[in-house]
Design a protein around this ligand. Sequence first.
Ligand SMILES: Cc1ncc(COP(=O)(O)O)c(C=O)c1O
Length: 406
Amino acid sequence: MDVEEIRKDFAYLDANRVGKDIIYLDSAATSQKPNYVIDRVNNYYRYENANPHRGAHYLSWKATEEYENTREVVRDFIGARSNNEIVFTKNSTESLNLLAYSYGLKNLKSGDEILITILEHHANLVPWQMVAKKTGAKLVYAYLNSDYSLDYEDLRAKIGENTKIVSITGASNITGELIDIKKVVGWAHEQNAIAIVDGAQLIPHVKVDVSDIDCDFLVFSGHKMFSPMGIGILYGKYDLLEDLDPFNLGGDMIEYVYEQESTFQKPPIKFEAGTQNVGGVIGLRAAIEYTNKLGMDNIYAYEHDLCHYAYSLIKDIDHIKIFYPQKAKTGSVLSFTFDDIHPHDIASILDSKGIGVRSGHHCAMPLHKYLGISATARASFSIYNTREEVEKFAQELKNVRKVMGL
Ligand SMILES: Cc1ncc(COP(=O)(O)O)c(C=O)c1O
């Protein structure tokens, strides 16, 4: 990958327009968007704007074609068997809520168990708390080894005959660990539980084939993989999607509407009530095309190398603690604290040098509590970052304690 060529695609690096030089190390929160994606969205709204599925005129027909063709692009990208297994949502959070309401509430009862890990983002945790409260099911957690890697033995031991749902992140947004989801899905299926993968931090960085992994559902968000915000995906095996009740009700998702009742379309339209984020769908397609051109394996290798380089440069800084399971397979996220500086101070001091990292609990409060801390600082890396940027980040991080007078 030619990073200097890639950087020409990202306008945030134009210091004259932005107002300053930026080292953006917060791609796990949202990625920057390449001009290719922005231009495609722009063109859609300029020349092709219409509401899909709703008109017999040229522009509506064209919008329908773009919208439905994107389903095929997404299908191919994740290895699903049919376009009808690809549902457009707002983001991973909405996809997981859909599953909690439409699958969880319908199928779980008192005594059943939902298994998640302590690594989960709130999006894959709070909806299951709701399901557990309303159905009487129990929310069970798998925990970590002392090196912050997932304890697979603990996880396996907790999948039992009462387990009905195993919902697990494919990649942690804190430790960066890439989970062996195929193995976990296999364990879930041995006990006839369904397996859900939160792919929010996985799909942007690693090639995933849902048919090979055999997960029942997988969710991800476009905005973490170069596409606009407000577009996400729910993948589901078709017969399972067919069994789910619709989550939102209204226009487009119906078959017939009578005064007192209605019948619904088949998946995926059954889950796409109302006017959708068509610009987002078109942006997602452009983002996948951009990604495919670079090659998923190249993206992973480049990002992981940057992350590991950063780890090697900061690991011996005085008083630093890095929550990075070195022996596990990891992605491009590095979370850390100093034992005597609040992560918000770390982020502010780095920001004063033009370096953007995130600080806080990163929507993983139970994980932070489990680790005995309230917050971390997090640097996350993408294809537009360079080794020089990583070196500057490490250098400024070394200076943070000095700036604090420590
Ligand atoms: C692991 C993980 N799951 C889910 C989400 C939620 O994604 P979104 O806010 O796009 O719905 C995030 C967001 O950071 C995440 O890191």
